[in-house]
Design a protein around this ligand. Structure first.
Ligand SMILES: Nc1ncnc2c1ncn2[C@@H]1O[C@H](COP(=O)(O)OP(=O)(O)OP(=O)(O)O)[C@@H](O)[C@H]1O
Ligand SMILES: [Mg+2]
Length: 297
């Protein structure tokens, strides 16, 4: 049961977009996925069309002694359950300054729940909520746009993860990096992508999320890219990233990545085949299932 924090200390690198679409991809693949919005700005909560709950019914409730994930109300959205955030978290964090205040979420998860994957969306700031997320996690995924500031933010996030691993959570694996909002026309993107791959080597996912207007079009109605534009490259990129992460989390279930034939050669446009075939009648789940080998799930 992996607990995964999505984090980068730099803002706007695609953390929230990554959380919602990875969670949706894993959910469509049959996993029971819980997403916890830990950003006091509540963008994920708003994008998924959830109304802001009372603090006691929000992710802030995890920071209490009697937190119980089985009784907290979650919002059912496309492919996953969401525990929404509240803007009251900004004020509440002024009281969360004790040495044990980084362990609330770890303790809340330890009381038990019914999910296969828990994914935690964090704000860019290194707050007590981000620390709680990292202390509770097995994995950290760092979305990084190949530009100077996000790359610098990724380096800081790497250091934070190392510190958390040394001092607070030895179970936290070294972070994985996911290149996001990659624009093939920008020379700087190619250079920074290469820099990230050279610097973090095997910790960088092969899958890349390219710029895609379908990912930027937020619908605020609980739908993800798999619902409103399943044949877009954004849907395919996140399906591939979810598949690759599943292979990292469950290495015993190795199979070929999406879009690769048995010889390891890239196949032409698997999503176009889906588009010209059963996409219309089968719906997003059918298409996604055809992309993601189910034995990864
Ligand atoms: N692959 C993409 N292609 C095009 N636009 C994208 C892509 N990924 C994210 N965006 C857009 O970029 C903006 C920032 O993305 P997002 O909110 O996911 O970043 P974030 O890291 O969560 O930001 P914050 O640090 O403020 O929480 C949003 O408007 C989003 O719609
Ligand atoms: Mg965000």
């Amino acid at each position: 049961m992996p607990v995964i924090t999505i984090c980068n200390h730099k803002g706007g690198t695609g953390k929230t977009t990554t959380v919602m679409n990875l969670a949706a991809a894993m959910g469509l693949c049959g996993r029971r996925v819980l997403v916890v919005d830990l950003d006091p700005q509540c963008f994920l909560t708003q994008i998924m069309g959830a109304s802001e709950p009372a603090p006691a019914m929000s992710s802030l409730a995890l920071m209490t002694h009697d937190a119980n994930l089985r009784t907290l109300p979650v919002v059912k959205v496309s492919g996953f359950d969401l525990l929404p955030a509240t803007q009251y978290m900004t004020r509440a964090q002024k009281k969360l300054t004790g040495p044990m205040d980084s362990f609330w979420i770890k303790e809340a998860l330890a009381t038990g729940h019914d999910y296969d994957v828990v994914m935690l969306d964090t704000a860019a700031a290194l707050s007590v909520y981000t620390m709680n997320a990292l202390v509770a996690s097995d994995y950290a995924v760092v979305p990084v746009t190949p530009e100077y500031q996000p790359v610098a933010g990724a380096a800081q996030t790497w250091q934070t993860c190392r510190l958390v691993r040394e001092k607070l959570n030895p179970s936290l694996a070294e972070p994985l990096f996911l290149l996001t909002q990659v624009d093939g026309r920008k020379r700087g993107h190619a250079a920074y992508s290469q820099y990230i791959r050279e610097t973090y080597a095997g910790r960088v996912l092969d899958s890349v999320v390219r710029t895609c207007t379908s990912l930027a079009d937020t619908t605020h109605d609980g739908r993800t890219v798999f619902d409103h534009d399943v044949v877009s490259r954004g849907a395919r990129d996140y399906a591939n990233a979810a598949d690759e992460l599943s292979r990292r989390f469950y290495p015993e279930r190795q199979t070929e990545p999406v879009g690769t034939n048995p010889n390891g050669e890239a196949e032409a446009e698997p999503y176009e085949a889906a588009n010209s075939g059963s996409a219309g009648s089968g719906g997003s789940e059918a298409v996604l299932r055809s992309w993601i080998p189910l034995n990864h799930c």
